[in-house]
Write a protein that binds this ligand. Structure first.
Ligand code: NAD
Length: 331
């Protein structure tokens, strides 16, 4: 068996727990070091994992003997938090959105290109079992060419006191938080958007960031369209991805009792066919399995820094559109 990989976690809040679970569900890894600007947060995660609390990023780089880190801090710290690890050749799995704007995301991608480390942007929905199966249907031509992508990610998240309410830390509201995933799924399942049109609303929670957002997207020549809705404030919400093609339609339902995880219907068919997605591990375990495989075997991850930069460029166009009230070309 290959040697145990030594892992560090930077940022010990909510998503760090999903990474910990993802690492624990994979073999041959040890979480050995944790760091957070709030020592109590690091101490709590250290208790849960048996890892050592580090007093600074430098201590983690020099004293952790690490193979890889997960960066789970707020977006505005991703560039600064990734930098020392990339310089030291320690591999990095960095949470989405890659940074708070395309400029900083681009600088992070440039650093990762100059490093010998493996760098992966944590677009975990590409590893969601039903999305893996949907991508298979699309790639095998079962559904034909893409025409329309529709997606709703929402639910109720009371955000008072959360880093997400400070646009300097988060880069924006649900249009960049949930929609980093949505936009990445559009690119993964449909293609590159060249035009976006968006609206943002501060409807329920009266925060400094939007708690409702809607985006329309189009690929070159209006060959396919996207319609994305996101919210922190829908009181009851099913989360869905719908993919409409020239030969058929598929619907991914996220954890909605009574709905199949993925079902599809082809043109002329009589019924919606459910697809068994149970053979795949959950999206965090799958994402981390892929990251660890890349670290062990020096492979390039399927989700790159450039994917994070592209999502950040699209997010920039989305906010310009929401502010100016018109369609914006994606630079
Ligand atoms: N992939 C997903 O589905 C998913 C889900 C939730 C969050 N996220 C992403 O994960 C990141 C963190 O989100 P969260 O919900 O865990 O936030 P959180 O507020 O729960 O936790 C963030 C932690 O980072 C710490 N922190 C702040 N500044 C830091 C710094 N400079 N260095 C180290 N630690 C620092 C905070 O003290 C806090 O403990 C964000 O980028 C968010 O978009 C991704």
């Amino acid at each position: 068996m290959s040697r145990q990989l030594r892992i560090g976690i930077v940022g010990c809040g909510g998503i760090a727990r999903a990474h910990v679970k993802g690492y624990k569900n994979n073999q041959g890894v040890h979480i050995v070091a944790v760091y957070d600007v709030k020592p109590q947060a690091a101490e709590k995660l250290a208790e849960e994992t048996g890892a050592r609390v580090m007093g600074s990023l430098d201590e983690m780089v020099q004293g952790g003997d690490l193979d890889a880190v997960s960066i789970c801090s707020p977006p505005a710290m991703h560039l600064a938090n990734c930098k020392p690890f990339l310089k030291a050749g320690i591999s990095v799995l960095c949470e989405k959105p890659l940074e708070v704007n395309a400029g900083k995301a681009g600088r992070l991608a440039a650093l990762s290109r100059r490093s010998r480390s493996v760098f992966m942007t944590a677009f975990c929905h590409r590893f969601h079992p039903a999305i893996i199966e949907l991508k298979g249907l699309i790639d095998r031509g079962v559904l034909g060419k893409p025409l329309l992508f529709r997606n709703l990610f929402g639910g109720y998240s009371p955000l008072k006191g959360n880093h997400r309410t400070d646009p300097k830390l988060s880069g924006g509201g649900c249009l960049v938080d949930h929609c980093a995933h949505s936009v990445d799924l559009f690119r993964f399942l449909v293609g590159e958007p060249v035009i976006v049109q968006a609206m943002a609303g501060n409807i329920m929670q009266k925060l400094r960031i939007e708690d409702f957002g809607m985006i329309n997207l189009a690929t070159r020549g209006n060959a396919a369209f996207g319609e994305i809705t996101a919210s922190y404030s829908l009181q009851v919400c099913g989360n869905f991805v719908e993919w409409y093609g020239t030969k058929g339609t598929a619907i991914v339902s996220y954890w909605n009792p009574g709905f199949a995880d993925l079902s599809y219907k082809v043109k002329g068919g009589n019924e919606w066919k459910p697809v068994d997605c149970a053979k795949h591990v959950d999206r965090f375990t799958g994402e981390i399995r892929h990251f660890l495989d890349c670290v062990r075997n020096g492979k390039k991850p399927s989700v790159t820094a450039e994917d994070g930069v592209k999502a950040a460029c699209i997010a920039g166009a989305i906010y310009q559109s929401a502010e100016r009230g018109r369609r914006i070309s994606v630079a």
